[in-house]
Design a protein around this ligand. Sequence first.
Ligand code: NI
Length: 226
Amino acid sequence: MMHIIPALLSPAQVRQCREALESAPWVDGRLTAGHIAVKAKSNLQLAEDDPVAVRLGEFILSVLAKSPYFIAATLPLRVLSPRFNRYEGGGAYGNHIDNAIFSVPGSPDRVRSDISATLFFSDPDEYEGGELVIEDTYGTHQVKLPAGHMVIYPGTSLHRVTPVTRGTRYAAFFWTQSLVRDDGDRALLLSLDRAIQDLGVAAPDHPALSQLAGVYHNLLRKWSDT
Ligand code: NI
């Protein structure tokens, strides 16, 4: 399922990140593209070990760790450090599906990209084009969100970024390996989680609440890999 997590970052946090991004040393995004993706990709990225990328990446990870919506929707096992891209002057990224497995720099760990995420650092009126177009079994979604908002979507999705024909589009992107690899199973757990939260408000003393919470945990136990 695709989810939009609004206002993950406050306007002040976006401003601070933007200042750092605007003066960072950008490099050709094709340096990190595989041999198929390289033909489709035309953007700029920060090197993974760039100090700005490392610092902002750690900051975003700390925000994600406190986001109930992100945690409930992704059930994260491992979150790869965010990367950063910049599109301008007609830059685009044609249709592709992200790599399935990523290695963690400086460690033997690998992360399966169950969930892709894009966190926007430019407001929609700052640039023309630059829509993230995601195709899933329910059709095509065009995503262009205010700065500080984030979209998450299944890593299995075909997606692209349309050419940025005016202005500059800054974003962070990263992948999450979920405790529950199946997108449909995760969607069921999120739906149950939300129903339990609502019931907790409407009928906090109802005995069925603890039964339902037990069902949630037993399904999570059944479906999760650690
Ligand atoms: Ni992609």
